[in-house]
Design a protein around this ligand. Sequence first.
Ligand code: RIB
Length: 342
Amino acid sequence: MATMKDVALRAGVSTTTVSHIINDTRYVSEDLRRKVMDAIAALNYQPHGPARSLRTKRTRTIGMIIPDNSNPFFAEVARSVEDAAFDNQYNVILCNSDGSPVKELNYLHLLIEKGVDGLAFISAGKDPRSIDLLSQQSIPWVVADREIPKVKADEVLVDNLDGGLQATHYLLSLGHRRIGCIAGPRQLTPSFERLTGYQRALAAAGIAVDPEMIRHGDFRSSSGYDACQALMRHREPPSAIFACNDLMAIGALKAAHDSGLGIPQQLSIIGFDDIAWSAFTFPRLTTMAQPKQEMGRLLTAWLVERIKNDQLPQRRRMLAAKLMVRDSCAPLETAWVRQGHP
Ligand code: RIB
C-alpha cells in the first residue's frame, strides 16, 4: 500500500506539499499538482480516511467528457446532464475528447486537478490509461453510453443490440430482404452491438448476411454519404439501409438524393439516435430513438448521490431504444411498384 511519503519521493516534493494538494489547502502550480497527481495515480495511492475527509472543499462542479461535441447526440445528453446538475446546484465543466485517447487522458487529468466533485464519462474508445486513472483516483464517476467491461463505476447504457434488432425487424416487416448496414467505428461497443442486432435479425429471418452489404463509417455524415454510394453501386444494391447513427443516416439521405434515388420510393433508410435534426430532414428520418434526456438525468442523479456517499453499491441501468417511424422507409412492394417494376 503506497504511502504519502512514497508519493512525495516519486513526485520529488515534500509530504507537506502532497498533503496540501490532496486536501486543497494551499495553492500550488499546475505543474507541481500534475506531478503529484501522476505519482498518486501511478502508485495507486489512496489517502487515509482523515486526509480524504479533509478534502471537504467541494467545488460543486461535475466534469463531463464526451467524444464529439459536434454530434447532437452527445450535445443533447450533455444538455440533459447540465440541466439536472443545475437543479442540484452543481456546475458542469464539459470537455470534448474528439475521439482521441490522448486528449481524453489530458482532460481527465485537468478535471481531477480542478477538483471536480464527480465525473461523467463517455469514452473515446476504452483506452486503458484513462480507465486506470479513473479507477485509481478517488473522485466518484459514472460511465454513460459506451460500456467499459469490469469497471467499478455506475453505468447508464442503452440496449444497442436490441435497437439493431428492432431497426432491422422494421425493415424486414416492410418486405425488404436486401438490407445494407452502415456501421460505426469497429472498436466502439455501441456500433458492434447494433451491427450484431442487424446480423441476428437477418439470420432469424433466414437471410444470409452478405459481408458486402456491411460498410463501416466513423459516425459522421460524410462517411454515411460515402458508404451509401458504395452500397448503391453494388451489382445487387440494397432496397433498404440501416445506418447505426443519425449523422451517417443523414449522409446517406444526401447520397441517395445526389444519385437521383427517391427516398423512400427507391431506397428506405433508418438511423439510430433520434437527434433533433432527424425530424427536419427531407424526408423526415425514421430512426431508433435513444433516451438521451433520461440517460442524462439518471447519470447525474447517480453521480450526485455518489458524491454524497461513495459507499453506495455499484449500479447499472440498460435503457431501451424505441422505434420512431417518420417518412424515410416504405414497404418494398410500394417502392417497386412506384419504380414500375413488375
Ligand atoms: O452518434 C454517436 C453515437 O456514438 C451514438 O449512437 C452514441 O450511442 C455514441 O456511442
